[in-house]
Design a protein. Structure first.
Length: 366
């Protein structure tokens, strides 16, 4: 949560923390490594939805000795939302595994990331009493690749979250908005997300998306993927206003962009879950999504699936999506309908699963 921009793992951590703050039935302590984080600072992080500017506060807490000691830790259970940094300190320990992409698809990562996470994930699983996995696909990977006993694993249902005020304003603006139709590609601009496949499609079928802008929503990632896509665009001679890169956007802007798009495309090669697919689904938006890894689990009723290695499969899926959005009489979901859909797939389900383990007193692993 002390990262500047939240996506993926920081989002999961933040949602669990927010529900924990509101749960008076559990005596939660929040930690960053072994530094105890006051409730007020957690609340401030959740309000700002960013943590980098608050790193000096973290340093001050460490300097002041606001640390958990080994004895107190030995009386408590601990849930690590990602990498464990103090294995063996707590009476019971659980860790959340988001994906094994560094092990299964190392070609999409830097060498230092591969070396760090491949070593850590095995250690974390071996030293944990329970492993929460964010999807059935990730759970199968943990069991099969890391040889973790199935009884030590479970799937936590990730959720969707939109501020009601942002959602209401976006719904009101739908009535008067006058923009060129667009499709969105959501996710960090990096090779695993496979955004360049859209440009490959335009190279082969330049008229397929006539009348639609293509909007990439997400921060720039690694391995120079954005530059590769920009080079492709330059080769094609596509005008810069036809393909837009927003960079990281606020929750408010993301809500507007998703709610007003024609449909979304999620061409990722591999995911531990696929939160953008769920976000599109609860907003009533079709998603042209890869038929791979965990993505097929998220919201299959709102997806048109394709093979992320097959350009013809993507073309067919996009043609299907275009036909769907052009159907006469289509109506957008109302604000109330959207709120109900978001509530049905809210983060409270995820938090309750974690809480149930915490309160179960599950025996310490041997």
């Amino acid at each position: 949560m002390f990262e500047e921009h939240w996506s993926g793992i920081p989002m999961v951590t933040a949602e669990l923390a927010g529900h924990a703050l509101g749960d008076s039935g559990v005596d939660w302590i929040f930690l960053h490594n072994n530094i105890v984080i006051p409730y007020a600072l957690v609340e401030l992080l959740l309000v700002r939805r960013s943590g980098r500017a608050l790193l000096p506060d973290l340093a001050d807490l460490a300097y002041a000795g606001n640390l958990i000691n080994r004895f107190e830790a030995s009386t408590r259970a601990c849930v690590w939302p990602n990498v464990k940094c103090m294995a063996g300190w707590f009476a019971r320990e659980a860790v959340i595994i988001h994906d094994l992409s560094t092990l299964i698809a190392p070609e999409f990562h830097n060498d230092d990331t591969i070396n760090y996470h491949c070593d850590r994930v095995l250690h974390d699983c071996r030293t944990s009493d329970h492993i929460f996995c964010v999807s059935d696909a990730t759970r199968r990977d943990v069991i099969n690749y890391l040889r973790v006993p199935e009884r030590k694993t479970s799937v936590i249902p990730l959720g969707a979250r939109f501020e009601e005020s942002d959602l209401y304003q976006a719904c009101e603006q739908r009535r008067s908005i006058d923009v060129e139709p667009y499709i969105v590609i959501i996710g960090t601009i990096e090779p695993r997300k496979n955004g360049g496949m859209i440009i490959d499609l335009l190279m082969k079928y330049p008229h397929l998306l006539n009348g639609y802008q293509i909007v990439f929503i997400g921060r720039e990632g690694w391995l120079d993927e954005k530059q590769r896509i920009m080079d492709q665009l330059a080769t094609l001679g596509i005008a810069s206003d036809r393909v837009v890169f927003t960079g990281y956007v606020s929750d408010e802007i993301k809500t507007r962009l998703l709610l007003n798009c024609a449909f979304a495309v999620y061409p990722s090669f591999f995911e531990g879950y696929g939160l953008p697919v769920l976000e599109c689904a609860v907003l009533g938006k079709l998603c042209v999504a890869s038929r791979t890894s965990s993505i097929v689990e998220v919201a299959p009723d709102m997806c048109i699936f394709f093979d992320p290695t097959d350009l013809e499969s993507l073309r067919s899926a996009i043609e299907h999506a275009l036909a769907c959005v052009r159907l006469p009489g289509r109506q957008d979901p109302s604000f109330i309908d959207l709120c109900l859909a978001i509530e049905a797939r809210g983060w409270h389900h995820c938090y309750n699963h974690v809480r149930n383990w915490l309160m179960s007193g599950e025996p310490h692993a041997s």
